[in-house]
Design a protein around this ligand. Structure first.
Ligand code: AMP
Ligand code: MG
Length: 468
C-alpha cells in the first residue's frame, strides 16, 4: 500500500526539528503488528511492508523523517536540549475518522540530539511498551499506541549484549511540555507562539475562537492532564519518569520506560532504579502533575497577556485550579470504581477512607473483589478497617453493584512478574508467553486466572530501569 503521509508539523514549524533518516536495520524480523490499530488508521499493510518500513530497513514512499527538538526538567533539573535522540517522526496520517496521528520510529538510530546515546533500543523494552500501552488503551486511559515492533538483527549494548528492535509508535502528537520549554529557554517567543498556535489547531481547535486562545489552551491542557493522572491512579499505574519531556500536550500517556503497576497498595511505591528520592512515587504523581503544568504555564507567560505582571497573575490563577480539578477527576474515577451511581456528599470521605483501609492489599484485586467478601478477605493482611468500611459502602452502592464493579475494574493487569517472564522469553526468541499475556491484557475485564495472581513471594521488590 501507499501511506498517505502528511507533514503539518514540519510545514508549520520550521526551525523546531532536524531532518535525519533512520538507520537501516540489517535483518528485520517482525515481532508484533497491531492489526486492529492499523485498520482503525486505514492502513492495510502487509507484514512484509510493516517489517521493512517500521524497522527503518526501507522508507515508505512519502515519509520525510525528522527528529523533534525539546528540552525538559528531568527529576527537577533542567536540560535545555534533549530532543529525539533515538526517534524519527516519519510523518502524520489522517485516519478515516478524521483523527490526525504521528507515526514515529523509536530505537531507529542516532540523531543530532543523541548526546552520548547509541540511538538504539532493545527488544525487551520495546515489547514492554506494547504490553503496557495496549493495556492502557483497553482500560480506557488515553495513551500513545504501538503499531509494530521489529527486531533489527543488530545487537545493542546495555549491561549486556541484547537483540535490538524498533517500535513504531502512534501518537495524537509528540508535542511535550518540554517542547515549549525548548523555545522558552532560548527566549524564542515567536516559536513558543507558533507551537501554541499549532497545538491549539491540532488538539483543541474549538479554542481558536476563545477570547484568549492561549489561556484557554493552558486550561485545556490542565484539564486533560488532570484527567489522565486520575486515570493512572485508578489503575495503580506508576509512570516512573514524569519529566516534563515525557508529558504530552495531547493528554496521552507517553514514554513507557521504567513504569509499572503497583500490586499491594502503598502510597510511596517506586519501581524505578534511579528514583532514589521517590519523586515519582505513586502518591506523588498528582503533585508532579501540578509541578509540570507550572513549567508549561511559565513558557506561556509572554503570550498570555501583553502586560507581564498581569500575565503572571492570570497563570497563577489557573495553576491554583489544578489541585481541585485533579481531586474532582480522581473522585469521578473512584465513583466509577466503587460502582457509585450519581453523586453524594459523602463520596469523597468514603473514597479517602478506603485508601486508609486497603493499605497492604492488592490494588487491582481489592476493587475487583469488592462485592465478594469471601474472596476479598484473604487479600488483606488486616481486615479490621475494611470490616468497618464495607457496610458504609454497601449502603451507598445499592443494587446491581456486582456488575458495575466488574465493568469498572480490570481483572487482569500487566503484572510485573508476568511482564518479565514474557520479555525474557521474547529476548531469547520465544514469543509465546508474550502473545498469551498480550491477549489477556487486551481483554482486561475478563477473568483469566493465571494472569490475575500477584507476584509470588520471592519475586521480591521489583526494580525497573531507564536507559532502555
Ligand atoms: P527518556 O528517558 O526515554 O524519556 O529519554 C530522555 C532523553 O534521552 C530523550 O532526549 C531521548 O531521546 C534520549 N535517549 C534515551 N535513550 C537514548 C539512546 N539509547 N540513544 C540516544 N538518545 C537516547
Ligand atoms: Mg522521553
Amino acid at each position: 500500500m501507499t501511506i498517505a503521509f502528511d507533514h503539518s508539523y514540519a510545514r508549520d514549524l520550521p526551525g523546531t526539528f532536524l531532518r535525519v533518516a533512520p538507520d537501516p536495520a540489517p535483518a528485520p524480523k517482525l515481532l508484533f503488528l497491531n492489526g486492529p490499530l492499523a485498520a482503525d488508521l486505514g492502513l492495510t499493510l502487509t507484514e512484509a511492508e510493516a517489517e521493512s518500513w517500521f524497522s527503518g530497513a526501507t522508507l515508505p514512499a512519502g515519509a520525510d523523517p525528522i527528529a523533534q527538538a525539546y528540552a525538559g526538567h528531568q527529576f527537577g533539573g533542567f536540560s535545555p536540549q534533549l530532543g529525539d535522540g533515538r526517534a524519527h517522526l516519519l510523518g502524520e496520517v489522517v485516519a478515516p475518522d478524521g483523527r490526525r496521528v504521528d507515526i514515529q520510529l523509536k530505537g531507529s538510530g542516532k540523531t543530532p540530539f543523541s548526546r552520548g546515546g547509541d540511538g538504539k533500543a532493545a527488544v525487551g523494552p520495546m515489547l514492554r511498551e506494547v504490553l503496557i500501552s495496549e493495556f492502557m488503551a483497553a482500560a480506557g486511559v488515553p495513551t500513545t499506541r504501538a503499531l509494530a515492533v521489529v527486531a533489527t538483527g543488530e545487537q545493542v549494548w546495555r549491561e549486556t549484549k541484547l537483540p535490538g528492535a524498533v517500535l513504531a509508535r502512534i501518537a495524537a502528537s509528540h508535542i511535550r511540555v518540554g517542547t515549549f520549554q525548548f523555545f522558552a529557554a532560548r527566549g524564542d517567543q515567536a516559536n513558543v507562539r507558533a507551537m501554541a498556535d499549532y497545538a491549539i489547531a491540532r488538539h483543541y481547535p474549538d479554542l481558536l475562537y476563545a477570547e484568549n486562545p492561549y489561556l484557554a489552551f493552558l486550561d485545556a491542557v490542565i484539564a486533560t492532564q488532570a484527567r489522565l493522572i486520575a486515570g493512572w491512579m485508578g489503575l495503580g499505574f506508576i509512570h516512573g519518569v514524569m519529566n516534563t519531556d515525557n508529558m504530552a500536550i495531547s493528554g496521552e500517556t507517553i514514554d513507557y520506560g521504567p513504569c509499572a503497576f503497583m500490586e499491594a497498595y502503598a502510597p510511596g511505591t517506586v519501581f524505578s532504579s534511579i528514583d532514589h528520592q521517590g519523586r515519582y512515587a505513586y502518591a506523588n504523581q498528582p503533585l508532579i502533575l501540578g509541578w509540570n503544568l507550572a513549567r508549561l504555564a511559565e513558557t506561556l507567560i509572554p503570550v498570555l497577556d501583553p502586560n507581564h505582571e498581569k500575565s503572571i497573575e492570570i497563570a497563577n490563577d489557573r495553576l491554583a485550579d489544578i489541585a481541585p480539578r485533579y481531586r474532582a477527576e480522581w473522585l469521578a474515577v473512584m465513583r466509577r470504581k466503587l460502582g457509585l451511581v450519581g453523586e453524594d456528599a459523602g463520596d469523597a470521605a468514603l473514597s479517602d477512607d478506603l485508601m486508609t483501609a486497603m493499605e497492604g492489599a492488592d490494588w487491582t484485586l481489592t476493587f475487583r473483589r469488592l462485592a465478594d467478601e469471601p474472596a476479598l478477605r484473604p487479600l488483606f493482611p488486616d481486615f479490621a478497617k475494611m470490616e468497618a468500611w464495607l457496610p458504609r459502602w454497601r449502603t451507598r452502592a445499592g443494587e446491581g453493584i456486582a456488575q458495575r464493579i466488574a465493568e469498572a475494574n480490570p481483572a487482569v493487569i500487566p503484572r510485573n512478574h508476568r511482564v518479565e517472564e514474557a520479555l525474557t522469553a521474547a529476548t531469547t526468541g520465544d514469543m509465546a508467553p508474550f502473545n498469551a499475556l498480550l491477549a489477556a491484557i487486551q481483554s482486561p475485564f475478563a477473568e483469566a486466572e493465571p494472569y490475575m495472581l500477584p507476584a509470588p513471594t520471592g519475586f521480591g521488590d521489583y526494580v525497573t530501569f531507564c536507559g532502555t
